[in-house]
Design a protein around this ligand. Structure first.
Ligand SMILES: NC(=O)c1ccc[n+]([C@@H]2O[C@H](COP(=O)([O-])OP(=O)(O)OC[C@H]3O[C@@H](n4cnc5c(N)ncnc54)[C@H](OP(=O)(O)O)[C@@H]3O)[C@@H](O)[C@H]2O)c1
Length: 482
């Protein structure tokens, strides 16, 4: 049932930062998987680039180690590994230096797709873009891929956009948000726009509210110093949750094409109301059980950074008039769970006795774990007890419905890198989208800073602070279990 693999065109992909964490954990193992699956043609070449001095063989050995460390044995094909490693080469370059660039130019071919992955700190994006032009390496049709964080506020995002725009057109820039590469996120669009069933109900008249949750079990240990300068709002809400919100709330685009989809997402961001402080809960985890506290994980004595945020927001347009969207994300929560849940309204009038109960339909789209879709439907409780209503799941786990091969669908990075080679920007953020998201986020953060707002505590391993539950209770609603 898993769709046919269509090979992409031959390409030269230069990975700047090829010795770094992201390249080793995601990009290179992802490319190897696409190669084994027959999607990466034999003529494709991957060129690693970073300051470390090493030859091709040492780089290939590093990549082999990374594949063996970060891919489970069942996802590895020993036969494909040797052939994949033969597609690799390495050039030592310093973004700030002169050496190595001529070698890189000599490695590139004219007649294949050309892509440059900037898997380096954002401070290097501008320098790399300039070097690629100075040494006449990047062609007019070259593509560049950049990673989050895309700025830390509107000002820095604009600067980054301007730096890239000095050397590349928007059509050449692929800003990755790996949430958009997830199978279920794309399925959200298929469910909404490939069925007549849901779209007529997808509005304020029938939807009571929407909950978007991205809960993580892990704490910030290991990247605490970085995280402490960022927090859940910058690290998760401004990008990942915002993208999920946009895909849930947007109008149907005329076509499934990059600018048609991105225009609609942008309209959602621009329609977001400012959020009142009373509609936001910021939390920070405290030690509990075996888990250390946020402060210990972040190696900070004091910190006002939030590791949890819950908020109620409104999309001010006809479709969503007065329908709240509740967003929630946090670290060190009870379990790892990401979902988008549409709570429909109760029937306008019940024909049954009051003691039959009144139920509402709930559609949940699970991103992780166990990707799938679950629709709760009201039926009669079986048996002789008269008319009593219960709700039952129409639960479709993709793995159950589509067979075990579905577990083998490409992960988000694999899919997105292939989209870069295909030249398809639909699942990448446009510059104006990123800026609009910061324009909405900045005043919220500025208000916390002006008030000296402190996050409230929650126990590591819990569902988050009590105050987040109260945010819902106030509206006579409840969060879904994490
Ligand atoms: N790691 C993740 O899970 C993750 C997730 C989302 C986004 N990101 C983003 O992805 C990017 C890379 O992250 P990372 O975690 O892989 O960082 P990292 O482990 O610190 O790797 C940075 C890479 O940049 C290279 N580099 C540093 N200075 C350089 C220079 N002057 N010229 C050329 N190369 C240079 C380093 O190699 P040498 O020392 O050999 O030069 C290394 O390969 C960052 O923008 C990060 O925010 C990472």
């Amino acid at each position: 049932m898993v769709s046919r693999v269509i090979p992409v065109d031959p390409f030269d992909l230069v990975i700047f930062g090829a010795t770094g964490d992201l390249a080793r954990r995601k990009i290179l193992p992802g490319l190897y998987r696409r190669f084994c699956d027959g999607q990466m043609p034999p003529e494709a070449r991957i060129i690693g680039a970073a300051r470390t001095e090493q030859d091709n063989a040492a780089f290939a050995e590093q990549v082999r180690e990374a594949i063996e460390t970060f891919l489970p044995a069942k996802k590895r094909d020993p036969k494909g590994l040797k052939a994949f490693l033969e597609r690799l080469s390495y050039v030592a370059v310093d973004a700030h230096g002169e050496a190595g660039w001529e070698d890189l130019r000599a490695t590139m071919r004219d007649n294949v797709v050309q892509a440059f992955y900037f898997s380096v700190a954002p401070a290097l994006f501008g320098v790399l873009a300039e070097r690629l032009h100075h040494f006449e390496i990047a062609r007019k049709d070259a593509r560049i891929v950049v990673e989050k964080p895309f700025g830390r506020d509107l000002g820095t995002a604009r600067e980054l956009n301007a730096t890239l725009a000095a050397h590349f057109d928007e059509a050449q820039i692929y800003r990755i948000d790996h949430y958009l590469g997830k199978e279920t996120v794309q399925n959200l669009m298929a469910v909404r726009f490939g069925n007549t069933l849901f779209e007529p109900l997808w509005n304020a008249q029938y939807v009571d509210h929407v909950q978007i949750t991205v809960a993580e079990e892990v704490g910030v240990g290991g990247r605490g110093a970085y995280y402490d300068k960022s927090g859940a709002m910058r690290d998760m809400v401004q990008n990942h949750l915002m993208q999920l919100l946009c895909l849930t709330a947007m109008e149907p685009p005329a076509r499934f094409e990059p600018d048609a989809v991105r225009d609609e997402k942008l309209k959602v961001i621009r329609a977001l109301d400012p959020v009142a402080p009373v509609d936001i809960v910021r939390g920070q985890y405290r030690a509990s059980g075996d888990h250390a506290s946020y402060l210990e994980d972040a190696e900070a004595e004091v910190s006002r950074t939030e590791s949890f945020i819950a908020m109620k927001i409104h999309v001010s347009n006809w479709r969503w008039n007065r329908t709240p969207f509740y967003l929630r994300t946090g670290k060190r929560l009870r379990s790892r769970k990401s979902e988008i849940v549409i709570h429909f309204k109760e029937t306008p009038h019940s024909i049954f006795d009051a003691d039959a109960g009144n139920r509402a339909n709930v559609l949940s789209i699970r991103l992780q774990p166990d990707e799938g879709i679950d629709l709760r439907v009201t039926i009669k409780e079986p048996g002789p007890g008269g008319m009593r209503l219960i709700d039952v799941p129409l639960d479709m786990s993709f793995a159950d419905a589509l067979g075990p091969e579905v577990a083998d669908v490409p992960d988000a990075y694999e899919r997105l890198i292939m989209d870069v080679i295909r030249g398809n920007q639909t699942l990448f953020m446009r510059g104006d989208e990123v800026e609009a998201a910061w324009a909405w986020t900045d005043p919220i953060i500025a208000a916390w800073e002006a008030r000296g707002d402190r996050p409230v505590p929650y126990h590591a391993g819990s569902s988050g602070p009590e105050e987040a539950a109260i945010l819902m209770h106030r509206d006579n609603r409840r969060w879904r279990e994490i």
